[in-house]
Design a protein around this ligand. Structure first.
Ligand code: NAD
Length: 254
């Protein structure tokens, strides 16, 4: 434990797998108490066990980020348990490669569901997370965006790309809304990251095609994204708000 966010009380959505899991483990290593919000309770329990085995403190909070009542209850119980909240990571998201499509073939119900999870879910998490931060006197919010929300680089992932574009707008307006109340709001842009979300990518052809577009010439790890999230959540980022930090191997630089 090196203590970069020692004593902070955090919640992370999508904490059962991938980037959320890596963020929860990193935060715990750096001294935070972590509330693990995920639909997949079994996965969140495994993360909690890893944190506890290393001497950290975690709470498993099953919730669907699209369900406001469940998110209110999950964030409320973490906040009540620890007597407040300091860090909110709105990260849960889905990429439905088999159902998402280019617009002329995209079922509007798929569009609605993806936007509901990836954008409205981030909004609901921020809404209730920020309420808890306001009661605690301030804190930090980190939202997970994507290169696909900035550039049309994922043909056929129209719902996913559009949902992620909305996250940028939300980060910036929230940063402005709450700057006077001691709340910083930032985003992280993971690049092509080695998580279960990318299991759909065909190997080796599809994988190599994507890697060829990355200046650093390799896929990123969830831990490399979690490191940036930890910085943004920490007091080291005290003058950083309304920013989106790429951990993408240079993908959005070209
Ligand atoms: N992996 C990448 O290459 C990549 C790139 C850019 C952005 N992202 C973004 O990073 C975030 C995390 O992605 P990941 O790669 O770790 O994905 P993942 O599929 O590996 O893990 C996502 C986690 O979110 C949970 N989740 C999904 N829907 C939920 C819901 N409605 N309510 C609560 N929990 C839910 C899942 O159970 C899972 O534990 C997402 O927002 C994703 O869009 C990922």
């Amino acid at each position: 434990m090196s203590g970069r966010i020692e004593g902070k009380r955090a919640i992370v959505t999508g904490a059962g797998m991938g980037i959320g899991r890596a963020a929860a483990l990193k935060f715990a290593q750096e001294g935070a108490k972590v509330g693990l919000i995920d639909l997949n309770e079994a996965a969140a329990k495994q993360v909690a066990k890893s944190i506890e085995d290393q001497g950290g403190e975690a709470l498993v909070l099953r919730a669907d980020v699209t369900d406001e009542a469940q998110v209110t209850e999950a964030i409320g119980s973490a906040s009540r348990h620890w007597g407040g909240l300091d860090v909110v990571v709105a990260n849960a998201g889905v990429l439905w490669a088999n159902q998402d499509n280019r617009a002329d073939r995209l079922d509007v119900e798929v569009w609605r569901k993806v936007v509901d999870i990836n954008l409205t879910g981030i909004f609901i998490t921020c809404k209730h997370g920020i309420r808890a931060l306001l009661e605690s006197g301030g804190g930090a919010v980190v939202c997970t965006a994507s290169p696909t929300g900035l550039f049309g680089l994922a043909p056929g992932l129209d719902a996913y790309s559009s949902s992620k574009a909305g996250v940028y707008g939300l980060i910036r307006v929230l940063a402005n809304d709450y700057s006077k109340e001691g709340i910083r709001v930032n985003g992280v842009i993971p690049g092509y990251t080695d998580t279960p979300m990318n299991d759909y990518v065909q190997r080796p052809e599809g994988h190599e095609r994507i890697v060829a577009t990355i200046p650093l010439g390799r896929q990123g790890t969830a831990e490399e994204v979690a490191n940036v999230m930890c910085f943004l959540a920490s007091d080291e980022a005290s003058y950083v708000t309304g920013a989106v930090w790429a951990a993408d191997g240079g993908m959005t630089a070209i």
